[in-house]
Design a protein. Structure first.
Length: 436
């Protein structure tokens, strides 16, 4: 078996390698190809990965390359975890929003759109290589904005099986299980619990938890509301949770508490990107230590908790035909009655050797669906803008986004976005700006 990782210079890669090492008995990996366009980072991270594997008796071989086609060729699975423009581009995304009095964030709002415009053509290039060199291989996309990237691949590389993955759902699930153990003494193995989540990536609502088929959600909600009431600075107003009977994904803070998030940006620097730059510098220094053979504790400061669990559980369930339920991003294909069937959603899916199958789900109530549909319109327009270099679609995407600028500021934000990232947006080069 061959697995290729594109963007393997990422500081997350050792956590992924650790996950594969833990699953050697059930997931017979033979070749792990680590590919990155930054040779200095690949040498450090890849060298560390090789030491990790060697320390475990070398159950599989690790190859390092800057040749994408070589990495992808003959792969059974291709994992994408890249960042076009690096961490500096993420910083630019954050400050783009701040300059215009908007949310500045790498996956949400104008920053998320900028990242998508840079990233979609690159991921589609990987998909084309997979079509030619690894037909039938599963593309597992961790690259943010994960749902939007998956939407683009399903529309413009339909022959490539693709799933978008995020660690937010499993992080929430593990937190709930931990609280049940602390509060009620229940020791629940994660595989016994199934989380009911529906929405878009970073725009979803958790609405159910079952353990061995028993519904524990009422108890979870009751305890959660009680904790909010006891907190002097609660994450959510308790009334919000009581009304929805759901717990929003953390990223809905940007929609439900926009003014609070924008105000917090005034304290920058450091922005989150600037914080991560410092963390990564420390991590790379540790990775370069020839005595280091295990992921350092500082990796958790990077924000990748359960990353290896999500990735390797998914691949293991697919390869071994397990039929497990995972919350991932796929085209729902009618699983949510009444919603457009070609939308990519974040939702529970059954994972077996035949693929990723959305589990039929009840639609969200209007109070949630209205926002979701609003953001999905933005996503679809952003895909068109990214693929075709279409400035009209880009303008309309900004206009459609709930976190976008006012109508009289759209052109200024768009111009700023395209100029800031000009080096990474060749599809928009030498095109006339549409007058509005």
């Amino acid at each position: 078996m061959k697995v290729a990782v594109v963007g393997a210079g990422s500081s997350y890669t050792p956590e992924l390698v650790h996950g594969f090492l833990e699953r050697v008995p059930s997931f017979p990996l033979r070749e792990l190809w680590l590919m990155d366009i930054q040779p200095e980072r690949l040498e450090i991270v890849g060298g560390f990965a090789r030491r990790m594997v060697r320390a475990r008796g070398e159950p599989f071989r690790v190859f390092l390359t800057s040749d994408q086609r070589l990495a992808v060729s003959g792969a059974d699975y291709v994992i994408t975890q890249l960042r076009v423009g690096g961490m500096q581009a993420r910083r630019e995304d954050e400050y783009l929003g701040r300059r215009h009095g908007l949310v500045g964030q790498e996956t949400t709002g104008v920053g998320g759109m900028a990242k998508a415009l840079r990233t979609i053509p690159v991921i589609l290039g990987i998909a084309r290589d997979m079509q030619a060199l690894a037909p039938g291989a599963l593309l597992v996309n961790f690259t943010n904005p994960a749902g939007l990237i998956t939407e683009a691949v399903t529309r413009y590389a339909p022959d490539v099986p693709v799933v978008g993955v995020c660690n937010a759902p499993i992080t929430f699930k593990m937190s709930v299980l931990r609280q049940l153990e602390e509060r009620e003494g229940l020791e629940i193995a994660p595989e016994r619990a199934e989380l009911d989540t529906l929405g878009l990536n970073h725009l979803s609502w958790h609405r159910g938890l079952t353990v061995d088929g028993e519904n524990l959600w009422p108890r979870v909600l009751e305890a959660y509301v009680a904790s909010l009431r006891a907190d002097p600075e609660p994450e959510w107003p308790p009334e919000l949770i009581e009304t929805l009977r759901m717990i929003p994904n953390y990223y809905l803070q940007y929609y439900y508490r926009t003014a609070h998030k924008v105000a917090a940006q005034q304290k920058w620097p450091p922005s989150r990107a600037e914080e991560v730059m410092e963390v990564e510098a420390d991590l790379l220094q540790q990775y370069a230590d020839p005595e280091c053979t295990e992921p350092p504790e500082d990796l958790m400061r990077r924000g990748g908790v359960y990353y290896s669990t999500v990735a390797t559980q998914l691949l293991n369930a697919h390869y071994n035909d397990l039929g497990e339920h995972h919350v991932v991003n796929v085209r729902h294909a009618g699983a949510v009655k009444g919603w457009p069937e070609d939308w990519v959603l974040e939702m529970p899916c059954r994972v077996d050797r035949a693929g990723i199958h959305p589990v039929p789900a009840e639609p969200l109530p209007p109070v949630c669906f209205g926002l979701l549909a609003h953001v999905k319109a933005y996503e679809l327009l952003t895909v068109e803008a990214a693929v075709h270099g279409d400035r009209t679609a880009a303008y309309q995407a900004l206009l459609a986004h709930p976190l976008g600028p006012q109508a009289d500021k759209v052109q200024a934000v768009l111009d700023d976005m395209l100029e800031t990232h000009r080096a990474y947006l060749p599809q928009f080069a030498e095109r006339d700006v549409v007058p509005y």
